[in-house]
Structures are given as C-alpha cells and as structure tokens.
Write a protein that binds this ligand. Structure first.
Ligand code: UTP
Length: 308
C-alpha cells in the first residue's frame, strides 16, 4: 500500500519529486510517496445510508438499495459490477436504520468481494457519507465510489468501472450527456478543451448549475475514482443551508488545486438507471425484467397486450 504524508505546511516538498518540487496539484493536499500511488484502487465505497424520501412509502419498509431489479436487488447488481471490474473490497456506508438489513444480506463476503461497513449516523449528504469511510481506507492511495442507488446496463458488466480504473489520473468521473434543461439536477463537469467522445480532461465540476451556467452538457453518472486526498478536501467543505456536505464541492477543490481529472462518457448501448424516484425505478425494473432469459419475452408480449 502507498504511504502518505499529512498535508501539513512544509511537508509538500517531500512528495513525489518531479522537476522543481513536484506538480502544483500535489501541494495543498496529502501526497503519495510510492510509485504504487497511481495504481488502480482495490476498494469501492458504496454509499447506501440516504433516507430515500422520494421513494416513500416503499422505502419506509425496504431500503431503495435493496429493491429488486429483475432477479437481483440493486446492491447485488452493483457488487457484480464491482467484482467484474476486479475490485476486491467494498465498504458499504449504512445508516442505523438500514445497517442490520444490509449486513444480514451481505455479511463479510459476497460475490467474491470482502465487505466492510461504515456507519453514517446523521444523513448529512453524499460527501459526509464518503467521509465516514476514511478510517477504513487509511493507507490506500485512492478508491472507487459507486452510488448505491444507481446501476448500469452495459454490454459487459463492469465495463464503465474498468474504464474509470484504467489510466493514471487520480480523479476519473463517469459522465453522460443530458438535455440542457435537465442539467440543474446533476453535477456537471468542465472540460479543459473540447469534450472527447471516449475520455476528456476536466478542470472543474459544478453542482446543479442553472442551464445557462452549465460548463458542459456532461452530467456526473454515479461512479467516481478518487484519490485519498478527497478526505481532507471533504473536511474543508462548507455544509450547504441544509447542513449537507457535497462530494462535488470536495472534487471541485481538488481540481482547482490542479489534481488531474478526466471524465469518461457512457458509450452507445450503455445506460444509467437511478433508483431514486418511482418513475426511474419502474423503468429500471422493466428494463431488467425484459432482459430476463426465461420471462423477458413473455413480459414483452404482456406489455404489448395491455398497451397495444
Ligand atoms: P441520494 O441523494 O440520491 O439519496 O444519494 P437520498 O438522500 O436517499 O435521496 P432522497 O432525496 O432522500 O430521495 C445517492 C446515494 O447516496 C446515499 C444514498 O443512500 C444513495 O444510495 N447517501 C445519500 C448516503 O449514503 N448518505 C447521505 O447522507 C445521502
């Protein structure tokens, strides 16, 4: 595992020396010491502690992350994705109310992955959820983040995660093109030059911009590769009016400090499904049910019958 220097004043010169003291992005945050620092992460953080208010009353009984999509529940699909992308360990972020349900289902090993749990006792946003995993990730140079309420349809499971894990940039973010009027629902990335179709460099990210202020039409798509320095950046984020700590704000600070970042767009044939509200959950369920090898065709015929 890579070791780290705390980002204390005066320590910056001891980071990976490159030219005159290393690149500027290393200076404000903790720095990797070894060449392993840029090796692919082994751990994925899966935040699953949120209230799920948009799915009430269903989510009062079943956490949205445990709702079925076809034959598997949401988190099982995510574990298959992460295992196929060759990650070896998952840290679920759970709330006191959801902890026993998620622990009882997944225990300490599932789909070949080692499973750990971090407790978020107050739901103070996605950034705060990620911050709760810091003690379980000490010594790791970076990690993957998969939102527990979003899954992908891919030609091959884990293809998007693998693309994010390939490459040496400490920050890699899955993005999807979104209609201008919908950009204000998402984090939106700022390309340095033009946005390439497969992978492009970014130097900023904005949370829920007004369409006229959006730096591109590429919205964040629920998967990230992040460096361990994100924890320090998260600790420095000022909570919003509702007391929530946004992951986007912490990533924006790293990008502004010069930490290299790329955006990795979804390709044709790839789709993201959010289990955040009833409209998107039902679409996701139907998509997975229609793909069922045994009952998919029958369901298709049934849908045509009821909606000729
Ligand atoms: P969302 O913001 O979509 O989930 O977070 P939410 O807060 O549960 O949604 P609503 O607004 O109440 O309906 C995306 C993922 O991050 C987790 C959620 O569980 C979800 O999987 N999350 C969110 C946390 O773990 N902690 C939080 O404080 C917020």
């Amino acid at each position: 595992m890579a070791s780290f220097i705390k980002a204390l004043p005066g320590n910056e010169e001891r980071g990976r020396a490159r030219g005159n003291g290393g690149p500027s992005w290393q200076r404000p945050f903790a720095m990797p010491l070894s060449e392993n620092a840029l090796s692919a992460p082994e751990t994925a953080v899966v935040p699953a502690a949120g209230w799920g208010t948009r799915l009430r009353p269903l989510s009062d009984t079943i956490p949205k992350e445990l709702l079925p999509l076809g034959r598997r529940v949401v988190l099982e699909h995510i574990l298959v994705e992460l295992a196929t992308a060759r990650l070896s360990r998952v840290v679920f972020v759970v709330s006191p109310a959801k902890e026993s349900l998620i622990r009882n289902r997944f225990g300490s090993k599932s789909e070949g992955l080692c499973i750990d749990y971090a407790l978020q006792s107050e739901m103070r946003g996605l950034g705060d959820a990620v911050l709760q995993t810091a003690p379980l990730l000490s010594g790791e140079s970076g990690f993957f983040v998969a939102l527990g309420d979003a899954v992908f349809v891919e030609a091959e499971p884990g293809a998007i995660a693998r693309r994010l894990l390939t490459g040496s940039e400490p920050i890699a973010i899955a993005v999807q093109k979104v209609a201008k009027e919908k950009l204000s629902r998402y984090g939106v990335v700022k390309p340095i030059d033009s946005a390439d179709i497969v992978r492009f460099t970014i130097d900023g990210i904005v949370e829920k911009p007004a369409p006229e202020d959006a730096p591109s039409d590429f919205a964040v798509a629920a998967r990230y590769r992040l460096p361990a320095t994100i924890f320090e950046s998260l600790r420095a984020v000022v909570p919003d009016a509702r007391g929530e700590i946004h992951l986007t704000g912490a990533i924006a600070a790293l990008l502004t400090a010069g930490v290299p970042g790329v955006a990795v767009p979804l390709q044709s044939g790839e789709a993201r499904h959010d289990i955040g509200n009833f409209e998107t959950y039902w679409r996701a369920f139907v998509t997975f049910a229609l793909a069922d090898p045994e009952h998919g065709d029958g369901l298709r015929r049934f849908l045509e019958e009821v909606n000729p």
